[in-house]
Write a protein of this length. Structure first.
Length: 387
């Protein structure tokens, strides 16, 4: 029995290697019509544990599904006889020009998807003319990512119990040329990600968290099984964090601060009052609190609460160009995508990420053309209607 299992495993590994040849990869990417096609390729190429880590959510995954379902409850109201001979989707994020209202969300452990990991993603984001947000728990250091990048970068930050570590990361990001800090505030403790528990998830051999030194860069295994990441994360997260953390971080850096993980209008107002430059409406991709309000449903309340004082972005569930229109119509300046980028990375490295971003760009342009929306400025509350 053990021999048969080993043979099947070896056969699957050979199939993945064959599928990953440059010619086969280019052909597979060209055949993709949407980012969901990239996910199908990624699922075949990744181990179950890695795919589930990327794809999964907390507990019953109600929040994960809710983020997508929320987009299905909003419909676009197209206008007729509008000159759409030219479609302008350029915009800015905190003053930085980007070629489309789509940025790359911070996602951890990208070398599990492709050996070039975050370096490939940074190069792809630059080629696509947009911003990448690099994760604190990246598998390349923030300096390596900055050196590889061909476009602007933001750095995602957790404020840890030992604030000197977070302070040093913020200083390193500023010195390396990152143009904003993206402070994650929805993780006082890690959510219960049951796929990871079932898979006894831990980092594959040779993959480390390169923004840390020594033992902190290595995820220890859990002798009793379960998710090694959940056990390790307790050392990275500070459950005592309050709004004072924004003032503290502002005293440590000149970089603008984007507060990531806001859902309620009340917290959005507090973030604006605390000196945030922008808010990212996010529920951590459904990976923290299950049964949480979907981000698209929360977006209008956040936009109303800040009343134009700060920029507002959204992540969670964006898979189509029409999704982007809906988010912008409800008040987002831009959206961030995470899993589609990971699927592109797993499917084809840098070309796969470029393909993911370009498909979203093409879908957005087509949807705006069909809806009679010649520019982002033409998108507003009247563009959409609820079911």
């Amino acid at each position: 029995m053990a021999t048969r299992k080993k043979k099947r495993s070896a056969g699957k590994a050979r199939a993945r290697r064959k599928a990953a040849t440059p010619r086969a990869t280019a052909s597979a990417l060209a055949a993709c019509a949407c980012v969901q096609d990239l996910e199908a390729i990624a699922k075949r190429r990744l181990s179950r544990a890695v795919y589930d880590y990327y794809a999964g959510g907390a507990e019953d995954e109600q929040t994960l599904r809710g983020n997508r379902d929320a987009f299905h409850k909003i419909f676009i109201r197209p206008r007729a006889l509008v000159d759409v001979g030219r479609i302008d989707i350029t915009t800015t994020a905190l003053g930085t020009p980007i070629t489309m209202p789509v940025m790359v969300a911070p996602t951890a452990y990208q070398r599990m998807a492709n050996r070039d990991g975050e370096l490939a993603t940074a190069r792809a984001a630059g080629e696509a003319g947009t911003i990448m947000v690099a994760s604190t728990i990246a598998t390349h250091s923030l300096e390596e990512i900055a050196k590889a990048a061909t476009g602007p970068l933001w750095f995602q930050l957790y404020v840890q119990p030992d604030r000197s570590i977070s302070r040093d990361l913020a200083h390193r990001a500023e010195a390396a040329g990152y143009s904003a800090l993206c402070l994650t505030v929805d993780t006082p403790q890690l959510g219960q990600r049951e796929r990871d528990v079932h898979n006894n998830f831990t980092l594959p051999p040779g993959i480390r968290m390169m923004n840390f030194e020594g033992n902190r860069s290595v995820m220890p295994r859990t002798p009793a099984g379960g998710s090694a990441f959940a056990a390790y994360a307790s050392s990275l997260l500070d459950p005592t964090l309050t709004w004072d953390a924004i003032a503290w971080l502002r005293s440590e850096t000149k970089l603008p601060i984007v507060v990531k993980g806001i859902i309620s209008g009340e917290d959005a107002a507090l973030a604006a009052q605390s000196g945030a430059a922008a808010i990212l409406v996010s529920n951590h991709g459904g990976r923290q609190l299950d049964a949480c309000e979907p981000t698209l449903a929360a977006l209008p309340h956040v936009v109303e609460a800040v009343a134009g004082r700060v920029e507002v972005y959204l992540d969670g569930g964006v898979r189509r160009g029409t999704d982007i229109i809906k988010a912008l119509a409800l008040g987002a300046r831009a959206v961030l995508v995470g899993r589609p980028v990971l699927w592109g990375l797993a499917a084809g490295g840098k070309p796969g990420v470029v393909r993911a971003l370009e498909m979203l760009r093409a879908e957005l342009v087509l949807a705006m053309t069909l809806a009679g929306l010649p520019s982002l400025r033409s998108i507003g509350p009247g563009t959409v209607v609820r079911a």
